[in-house]
Design a protein around this ligand. Structure first.
Ligand code: ADP
Ligand code: MG
Length: 245
């Protein structure tokens, strides 16, 4: 792959004695949409958290858009500006309004003037169809609305890469679609690189360029969604798919 935006080479990570990521080699092209799936505990969250250094690795290399994640704090700051993340449990600031949640990073990290940050924030709130909630607090919103705020908040930082860690798995079933619709729309935009850990296989079929299956800290199998779902190669993949489909 020429000029990948993400390069993981020989990545190994341990939690104490537990070998959580094993010999991970992964290159992601600019603008590529990747879905990562696999059983609980297989290392999916750990893998994507390494990409913005929420977790450190003990072996191997990670390079994000030319910046090596090597422990140099300036590199970490650079990468965190380039990489937005959306978590299972939203992680909004409960004591700040929706609008304040969205402008905090742009004002304090990107040093944008307040008025400009608010204008950008309102634009993204409109895009995730939640503009009327700007002055509410997260606790006053439904889970689906909070997750859409979390997505808008990440987008306000103008990231090159968006990471989603099971963004719909904590939601009531009737709210899953409103969040997936926003993600599908985002995936349709030119240039955004997206890695989503999710078991929403309809979403994977619709938007993924590549599906990656993890088990036991390894990438076991990867393929286009059609090939992955219709013709899985490994026994572990077949077992996993038989359990979730
Ligand atoms: P997944 O997202 O695929 O469910 P995780 O990456 O969260 O998997 O976790 C992989 C394994 O590492 C699990 O067995 C989990 O218990 C363990 N683990 C995760 N975080 C930590 C941690 N901070 N310390 C020790 N073990 C951890
Ligand atoms: Mg996880």
């Amino acid at each position: 792959m020429s000029d990948p935006i993400i390069r993981m080479q020989g990545v190994n990570k341990w939690y104490g004695k537990f070998h959580v990521l094993q010999d991970i080699d992964l290159e992601v092209a600019r603008g590529e949409r990747i879905v990562i799936c696999g059983p609980s505990g297989s290392g999916k969250s750990t893998l994507i958290r390494c990409l913005n250094r929420l977790e450190e690795i003990q072996q191997g290399r990670i390079v994000i858009d030319g910046t090596e994640l090597d422990g140099d704090l300036r590199h970490v700051e650079q990468v965190r500006r380039d990489v937005g993340m959306v978590f299972q449990h939203f992680n909004l600031f409960p004591h700040l309004t929706v609008l304040e949640n969205l402008t905090l990073g742009p004002i304090w990290v990107l040093h944008r003037p307040k008025a400009e940050a608010e204008a950008v924030a309102r634009r993204y709130l409109e895009r995730v169809r939640i503009s009327e909630q700007a002055d509410k607090y997260p606790g006053q919103l439904s889970g689906g609305q909070q997750q859409r705020v979390a997505i808008a908040r990440a987008l306000c930082m103008a990231p090159k890469i968006m990471l989603f860690d099971e963004p719909t798995s904590a939601l009531d079933p009737e709210m899953v679609k409103e969040v997936l619709d926003v993600m599908v729309e985002l995936a349709g935009e030119e240039g955004m690189t997206m890695l989503s850990v999710t078991h929403e296989m309809g979403f994977a079929r619709r938007v993924a360029d590549r599906v990656i299956f993890m088990d036991g800290g390894r990438i076991v199998e990867q393929n286009t969604p059609d090939a992955f779902f219709d013709n899985p190669q490994h026994e572990r993949t077949k077992l996993f798919l038989s359990q979730i489909l």
